[in-house]
Structures are given as C-alpha cells and as structure tokens.
Design a protein around this ligand. Structure first.
Ligand code: PLP
Length: 430
C-alpha cells in the first residue's frame, strides 16, 4: 500500500474549512471512497503527491495538460507575462491575437468572447441564444455536463415530454421548467420535444462527444440530425466543446464530424492550465453580446494577460503541430488494444469507448451510447479497479462517469506500465 499519510491529514484539515475538503466535488473521491490525493507538483506525464508518490497522469487537470505538465513553452510564456503585471482590466494586443487564432482554428467561429471558465461560457451562450431568438426553453441531454449554471442542473423528468426537475437545491422550479432533457443519441426524443414546444426552443446544447458520463460517442447521423432540426425550427445549435475543443482536433469535435454549430463553448485546453473559457460562433449572433448588442455579459478578469499568454502559447503550439493529434490517437489506440487484450486474457467482456485521446472502460458488457447505458456499469468493480490502479501508480479519474485524457508526454514505457497495471488490477478485483 502507498503511504498517503500527508494527504490523509491534509484532507482532515481541509474538511474543517472547505466544504467537503475540496473546491470542486469530483476531487473528493466520493464515487470511489478513500482519501483524495493532495498534489504537490507535476511534470510531463507524472504527478507527485504530498508524500512524494509518483503517478502516471491520465486526468491531466481534466484535459488542459494535453502536452503534459509544466510544458517549458507555456511556463516560459507565463513567467514572461507576469513581469508586466498580472491584470489590467483593459484591452490588450494578446486578446486580439488569441481571438484571431481561435477564429482561424475553428471554422464555425467568426467572433469569440473570452471568459474565465467553462461554466461561464455555457451560461453566457445560453443567455445569448435566448436573447437572440427571444425564446426561453433549451434542450439538453441526460449525462451531458455543462458546468454548474442553474439552467443545466436539471434532471430528466419521467418520460421524454415531461419537464425537467431541479437536481440541486437552490435551482428554482421556474428555471427547471425552461430546461427540457432528452437521452443522448436519441433524435426522435428531440424531435418530439421540439414539436411539443413549437417556437419556444431557443437552443439545443450538447457535448458533441460526451465526456461527462464516461466517453460516449455520437451515433452516426445524430449530430447531422440535430443540425437539421435546428435549421428547420430556428433553434441555435450549441456545441459544448469545453472538453473536446482543441483535444479531438485543432477544430474540435466539429472538425472531426464536420458539423457547424451556431455557437460553441470552449474551456479547459484553451487556458493551457489557467482559468479560461470562451464562447463564439456566427458573427450575426455574437454581435448580440454587449457592448455591440443588448445581451449583457462581462468579466473583470476576462482576457487576463497571464491566462492569455498561457492559452495563446498552447493554441499556437497545437495549431503548428498537427502531429500531436496523430501521436495522441496512436498512444490511445495502444492503450485500448492493451486493455482489450487484457480483458480477453482474463475472460472479461467490458465496453471500451474511445475517440482521439479520450477513452473509457465501462464495467458493463453492453454497448454504452447514453447515460442509461453508462449507469449499467458495475460501480463496485469500478471502485475497486480505481484503487488497485492508484496503488500501482496510475492516476485515473475517480468516477466511472469521467473519461480519461491522455497527454502527449506519455512515453511507450508509460503506456506499457498502464497496460500492465490494468491487467494486474483487473485480475485482482475479479
Ligand atoms: C468541464 C466542463 C464544463 C465546465 O467547465 P468549468 O471550467 O469547470 O466551469 C462545461 N462543459 C463541459 C463539457 C465540461 O467538460
């Protein structure tokens, strides 16, 4: 067993002064039990805890560390930026540069507004869609996560046509009634909702590849179908690419699947590890945002110079090094093959979903195409698997409902170590 005594005592202290001991719930290991690992530092593909245990990284700050931790180009850009003060609250040249870069990397972007988190991006995009269409309702999908904005903390009602219910206290019934939910990959359910709420739907928002119920891919025709429904009914199609943006390709999932949404939300990789989000899309819609338009949205620290230095350096690198995406995919396929071989050797039949550098093993032998399927996973097995892997020095996302994110810093040896740990861990839990 690893010595994690420092994490144990820190977590205890944290519990006295921070709700649940963490500043974001998934970090608390609630889904897997045990004590969260407190991190001291990270470099490349490795992360080190307060007891100096070393782990191979498969979370990568939930995505941003696509090049590995403490990448020299990014740390250098940040070090340079901080010399000139940490914030101005006034426009800078860097903001123009990063906006031009984003517009050039993602075809559906004509204009972009920077914010400070993915949550802010999705909240703002929804407000904009409502303001622009003069409609109130939005459709989201079960199992998709769009940050903690009130409109998104909605559970499905019973039956496709019923209204959603708040799934957090503090979200009002009034807010919940404007959010309709459908099962992911179910186009008929969407059409039903749209027909039952004619001329009332402002937007359909989704993760074009879902990563927040584990990795779930859109079925052939699903994204195309949504684009068509939106076009027919004057609905704004919003891709929440906070996770997939700059990860699946430099143009995100929309490049991979060749679908143009009206608005896109970005986050995670866009800040290179700094707190950044963005939303953007068609000029005609984006010009509805203040100060050029009537939909209000603002931010004291938006476009922060240090965050922009990190983000600009990250995006420039990805833009100039398309081979990163091929490398990431081939590393992920190596893992997938290794996992499949292990499962076969052990006579197990679990579902693996993968695209680009996102991959999930679901502890169920049924195909996983939506949240209901993902929920069929054996959570006790996942829990045991997670701890077996952690003990072998592999840092996995502490929930069956999270995808893994590879970084380009992983070496062949790291991949082999992960595959061996996977075999030993699977063997140990069965
Ligand atoms: C992480 C995430 C968000 C929220 O971003 P924060 O920066 O955590 O607020 C929104 N949408 C998706 C798809 C995400 O993965």
């Amino acid at each position: 067993m690893l010595d994690i005594s420092s994490s144990v005592s820190l977590f205890e202290n944290a519990g006295h002064v921070i709700p649940g001991g963490v500043n974001s719930p998934v970090r608390a290991f609630k889904a897997v039990g045990g004590t969260p690992i407190f991190i001291k530092s990270a470099n490349g593909a490795y992360i080190f805890d307060e007891n100096d245990n070393k782990y191979i990284e498969l979370i990568n700050s939930w995505g941003p560390m696509i090049l590995g931790h403490a990448h020299p180009l990014i740390t250098e850009a940040v070090s340079k930026a901080i010399q000139n003060s940490l914030s101005f609250g006034a426009p800078t040249a860097r903001e123009v540069e990063i906006a031009e870069l984003i517009v050039s990397m993602i075809p559906s972007f004509e204009k972009v507004r920077m914010v400070n988190s993915g949550t802010e991006a999705t909240m703002s995009a929804i407000r904009l869609a409502r303001g622009y269409t003069k409609r109130d309702k939005v459709i989201k999908f079960e199992g998709c996560y769009h940050g903690h904005g009130d409109s998104f903390l909605i559970a499905a009602g019973s039956g496709a046509i019923t209204m959603g219910e708040p799934n957090s206290p503090g979200v009002t019934k009034g807010t919940a009634k404007d959010t309709l939910t459908a099962p992911y990959n179910n186009l008929e359910a969407v059409e039903e909702l749209v027909n039952a709420n004619k001329d009332e739907i402002a937007a359909i928002i989704l993760e074009p590849v879902a990563g927040n119920m584990g990795c779930v891919l859109p079925k052939v025709g699903f994204l195309e179908g949504l684009r068509k429904v939106c076009d027919q009914h004057g609905i704004i199609l919003i891709f929440d690419e906070v996770m997939t943006g700059f990860r699946l390709a430099k143009g995100g999932a929309q490049e991979v699947f060749n679908i143009e949404p009206d608005l896109t939300c970005l986050g995670k990789i866009i800040g290179g590890g700094m707190p950044v989000g963005a939303y953007g899309g068609k000029k005609e819609i984006m010009d509805f945002v203040s100060p050029s338009g009537p939909v209000y949205q603002a931010g004291t620290l938006s476009g922060n110079p240090v965050a922009m230095a990190a983000g600009f350096t990250m995006l420039s690198y990805l833009n100039e090094h398309p081979e990163v995406y091929q490398n990431l995919e081939s590393k992920t396929l190596t893992l997938k093959k290794g996992f499949e071989t292990n499962l076969e050797k052990l006579g197990l039949d679990y579902s693996i979903n993968q695209i680009g550098s996102m991959i999930s093993i679901f502890f169920t032998n049924e195909k996983v195409e939506n949240f209901e399927d993902a929920q069929k996973s054996n959570m006790d097995l996942f829990k045991n698997y997670f701890h077996e892997m952690l003990n072998r020095g592999i840092y996995l996302a502490p929930s069956q409902y999270e995808t893994l994110f590879l970084s380009d810093a992983l070496t062949d040896k790291d991949l082999n170590d992960i595959i061996s740990a996977n075999f030993e861990s699977l063997k140990a839990i069965h």
